[in-house]
Design a protein around this ligand. Sequence first.
Ligand SMILES: [Zn+2]
Length: 260
Amino acid sequence: MLERKYIFPNVIELNVQAGHLIGCNVYLIHDGEDWTLIDVGYEETVDEVVDLIRDIDFGLSKCATLIATHADVDHCQGLAKLKQILKTTVTSHQRAAELLESGDRLKTFAEIEAQGIHEEMPPVKVERHVSDGDIIKVGKLDLEVWSTPGHADSQLAFRLGNLLFSGDNIYRDGGVGAIDAHHGSDIPAFIESLTRIRDSNVEWLLPSHGPYFRKDKAMINQVIQRLEGYLHLSDFGTCAIDWPLMEQWEREIAEGRLPS
Ligand SMILES: [Zn+2]
């Protein structure tokens, strides 16, 4: 058995455990021998994930469920394969379940034709739909479900004590999950989700990509301000709520005030 590298009590992150980057963050949360994973990554890394879990001495039959933060390909492509190996269930938001069960390749970023990205999205059945306020039990631990739409309409986060598994809401560098109209991104909802995270009493954010970090209200405020700017700019197209420049231009034309 390899030594378990805990990042917090009851929490192991499999990239950290492996000592190299496998893909998106895969959090293993356990109480005694009962465990679950938050996200699983790409299909091609499933075998490595299984080996790691075995190496740190968790029973493959003891997986309570596989949890999807949302349905994106880099988080969920391996779900169908891993579910079959572990003979367990999948848990997600209902809107993510629709994409996972149909193997949707557009809203999951598996197919981005304009960039030559063509990934598979093997369909997988989702046994349990969760929404805000639900509790996912892992042994005696309570994982509290937060609905945090913005990046995707199905984006979830999960609170465990003072930790928040925060999905694609925010990263250590102040970046946020991609804003893309085709993906169901919603900037006002994103701002609400970030505000909720900022004002909560969680102390640590454990995102789906990159390092976990201590919650910093000033940093989140800056991010919210940036997103508030996008609401009135063209940067994210139809994700904006208005475009004041066009009203200014209309007035200027009507008044015959042309740029000089
Ligand atoms: Zn992601």
